[in-house]
Structures are given as C-alpha cells and as structure tokens.
Design a protein around this ligand. Structure first.
Ligand code: NAD
Length: 461
C-alpha cells in the first residue's frame, strides 16, 4: 500500500472534527500555488475547546502515568507518514519514567515531599519550520504529565498537526487533545484566554516577547523556545575534509531553517582557505529543487515572508561588496521560493549576514586567530540558543564550549536535537526549556506536602 494522501482538513474540538465558514490555505513553496483548504477557528471554537479541555482535565489529570503512556501510542496508519524524529519523540515519551516525588525531609516528626502535577489546559503555539515534530515536542510531554492541550499550528503549515490530532484524538477522552488552525488573531486569543493556564511557544524572539508581555498580565505559566544565531567554531587541528561536509549539514540542513543551525562559522586562520574551499565544494555539489526531485538536498524556503527576509540579506551582502564564495545575489527564479545557497567569505562582524538570523540558505564564514577575541565575537549577540566546537584536542574543545553563552552545545558534531535532551535558550533565545525528562517539568507545577506524622502538634507551634 502506498502512502495515504490527505486532502481534507479540520479543526479538532471536544473529540469531534469541526469545519467553519472561513477557510485558509498554505502555499506550496515550490510552485507558489495554493494548497488545501483548512477551516479558520473562531473565538467560539476556541471557547468551546477551552471548555472541553477544562472538563477533560478534571479526569485526565487523575489518570496514571502508565495509562497516559498507553494512550500516547502511535497508530500504524500515521506512523507510515511519520518522520523518524517524530517517532523518536513518541518513543521517548512512551518509555519515559515518571519522575518520583522528592523527599526533602523524612524523620520521626515530619515528611516533607515535593510533588509535581499537571498545570491545566495548555496552548501549544508552533512555528512552520518543522511543523510536526516541534508540535509533538509539546503535545507528548503535555499529555504525559496529565495536561490537556490545544495545538495551534503556524498559518504557513496548518496541515500536519491538525491531521495528527484528527487521527490521534479519538484515542483520548474528548477535550484532551485538540487542534485549531487560525490566522493572525488566534495566537493572541489563545494567550489571552483566561481558561488556558500555560503557553508553550516555539517561534521567533520578536513574537516570544509579545507573548511574554501578553501573558504577564494573567500570570500564566510560559515556556518560550525562540530564535538563535549560533556559532560553529572550527579549531586549526581538524581535518577540513571530514568537518566541512558535516558543517555543511549543520548550516544548510532544511535550507538553513533550523533554529539551532550554525549561522556563523568561525574558522581558524591556519585552515581558513582550505576549509572554505571544501565547504563551498560540498554545498555547491548539492542538488537544489522542489522536494519531488530525486536526490535533492536543498528545497525551497518555506514561505514568502521568510523568502523576502532572506533575499533582503542577499541584497545587503551584495550592496556592501561582501564576497560570495558560493552563490550570488540572484537573479532568483520567482516562480518558487527556492534560493540557491550562498557562503559569504569573511564579512565584517557588523554585517547583517552575521548579526541577523537569516533562517535561510546564506551563511557567513569568519576568520579567527586567538581564543580571547574569538569568544568575544561568538558571544556578541543577544541570542543564546546553540553552538558547536570542532577540535581533535578535546580539552581545548571543552574549554571553548564552556565559554559559549548558550543553552545547548555540541562538541565534534553538527546540531542534532535529541528527544532525551533538554532544549533551552539563554539570553533572548528562550525562557524555560522543553525536551527530555528535564523538559517534562515545563508542563508540571510543584506542590510541597508537609506531613506531620503525629496527630498531636499543639506545643510545637
Ligand atoms: P513566528 O514567531 O512568526 O510564529 C510562530 C507561531 O506564533 C505561529 O503559530 C504564529 O501564528 C504565532 N504567533 C504570531 N504572533 C503571535 C502573537 N502575537 N501571539 C501568539 N501567537 C503568535 O515564528 P516562525 O517564523 O513560525 O518560526 C521561525 C522562528 O522560530 C525562528 O526564529 C526560529 O529560530 C524559531 N525556532 C525556534 C526553535 C527552538 O526550539 N528554540 C525551534 C524552531 C524554530
């Protein structure tokens, strides 16, 4: 049996599929043609979902960890369509052990125990760059820890998480897992809704700040997984022919639309020319085109908004006379959002291609000579999401890694998020973190129980 193709999409409210009077659609970035219709959720749909979530929460929050893991099982018809990382995310949560309560004190008089329980109805607001897996990294831990969740996909990629909810929601009591597609108003409505106790957001720093401001007046729980401008550091002792192909993946995977990708590559001056040549050779050899093309490595930028941002960085780079070691400032084929990759040879640290998160296939390679100066430049950013260090001298690699001001560091690997690892952004790259057993805490609130063992307490007060 070949893969099943979906052409109709719904919102999922209170265990039922719900359509609407207004529709939106995504755009195929390879052709700029509209994709399928999907209903736009209204304020009433959101109210109904919150009410259903609150009703469901009363019982769902009382179920056991094991019961919830059983319901999280992946249906085979969906597994066929799943990408490997999404499956790893599901597997991790299915196998994840329940964190035990922490006994802070236990003596003849008093047992003091710290428990962690669910928060309530969670709003899961998602970006467009990995619409399924980033959604699952909210949905799985939220449900496993006993919350109910209303998922909101990006309007650019509304299909996968809503379809996942359509298929999987029947395995849960109505209201536990719901999904609403919407336009620009729905995200703010979710953040504002008094029945939603927690916002789990992944997206840009600019939106994260707006969300933080909005929920602060309600004192809601919040996790923000935001943008980054991560540095990859290459020491002089590496073999450029081994590191350049890996760095190429780290910087250009998914046409550079990966939050933790290396977006500034610092290469030691002793191997700079050799690395740059190897790097350009690898990326230049990759096939570019729509995902339907056999052997394609680089597809389109996902949407027009991002396409225009990326193009403006190409233009700025060309206007300022910075050197394209690979690629050029167009002309681009405007029939799609495909942009051929560009590697910029040692532009100034103050250039837009260095200071901004392009989130598209244009990457600067920068020369460094001494570690003190290097670390100043690496940390001269208001972001702090990731970073990578490549060296055969492990003590040196660890020393440099410890000085990167960011939440996730890779040593001798390109940036590969893992389901068992917490992902957390420092500085303006985030607030709190999700992923792994430590990330479960983002969906739980603590409760301290003071248990006096003797019923006679009078004189102790
Ligand atoms: P975005 O901030 O534009 O949108 C993300 C989501 O927020 C969308 O669902 C959108 O509809 C919603 N939204 C927009 N305005 C809102 C508001 N005022 N209130 C509530 N919701 C609102 O981000 P994007 O362009 O979809 O994603 C790309 C960005 O996400 C990049 O900066 C990337 O680095 C970052 N990202 C971070 C991580 C991480 O784990 N740290 C992962 C992936 C992407």
């Amino acid at each position: 049996m070949g893969p099943r193709r979906f052409t109709s999409f719904s919102n999922v409210v209170a265990g039922a599929l719900r359509s609407g009077t207004t529709m939106s659609h995504g755009i195929n970035p390879s052709t700029r043609k509209p994709l399928w219709d999907i209903p736009v959720a209204t304020a009433k749909d959101l109210d109904d979902a919150v009410t259903a979530g609150q009703d469901a929460f009363r019982k769902w929050s009382q179920t056991s960890w094991k019961e919830r893991q059983n319901e999280c099982g992946k249906p085979p018809q969906f597994a066929d369509l799943e990408v490997a990382h999404s499956l790893r995310c599901l597997d991790f949560h299915i196998e994840c052990e329940e964190p035990p309560p922490e006994i802070v004190q236990d003596d003849a008089e008093l047992r003091l125990t710290l428990h962690h329980g669910p928060i309530g109805v969670v709003g899961g607001i998602c970006p467009w760059n990995f619409p399924l897996v980033l959604g699952l990294f909210k949905l799985c831990p939220a449900l496993l820890t006993g919350n109910c969740i209303i998922m909101k996909p990006s309007p650019y990629t509304p299909y996968t998480i809503n379809k996942f909810a359509e298929i999987v929601a029947p395995a849960f009591p109505p209201g536990v897992l719901q999904a609403l597609n919407g336009g620009t108003e729905l995200g703010p409505m979710i953040c504002d809704h008094p029945g939603i106790q927690k916002i789990s957001f992944t997206g840009s720093t600019a939106t994260g700040k707006k969300i933080m401001a909005s929920v602060s007046s309600k004192l809601k729980d919040i996790t923000l997984e935001l943008g980054g401008n991560s540095a990859g550091i290459i020491c002089p002792d590496v073999d450029v022919n081994i590191v350049a192909p890996q760095m190429a993946l780290g910087a250009f995977f998914n046409s550079s639309q990966l939050c933790v990708a290396s977006k500034r590559i610092f290469v030691h001056e002793d191997i700079y020319d050799a690395f740059l040549k190897a790097f350009v050779d690898v990326v230049g050899s990759w096939k570019l085109g729509p995902p339907t093309t056999e052997g394609v490595m680089l597809g389109p930028v996902q949407n027009e908004m991002q396409y225009n941002i990326v193009k403006s960085i190409f233009e700025d780079t060309a206007r300022n006379g910075y050197k394209f070691a690979l690629g050029s400032n167009g002309p681009f084929d405007e029939s799609s959002f495909i942009i051929p990759p560009a590697i910029i040879d040692n532009p100034p640290d103050s250039s837009r291609v260095v200071t901004e998160e392009a989130f598209g296939p244009i990457v600067p390679v920068l020369k460094w000579s001494n570690e003190v100066e290097l670390m100043k430049r690496v940390n001269d950013t208001n972001t702090g999401l990731g970073g990578a260090v490549w060296s055969n001298d492990l003590a040196r690699a660890e020393r440099l890694a410890s000085k990167i001001e960011a939440g996730t560091i890779w040593i001798n690997s390109f940036e590969k998020p893992l389901p068992q690892a917490l992902l957390v952004g420092h500085k303006e790259s985030g607030f709190g973190g999700e992923g792994g057993k430590h990330g479960l805490r983002a969906f739980m609130k603590p409760r301290m129980v003071h248990y006096y063992k003797s019923p006679v307490v009078g004189s102790k007060l």
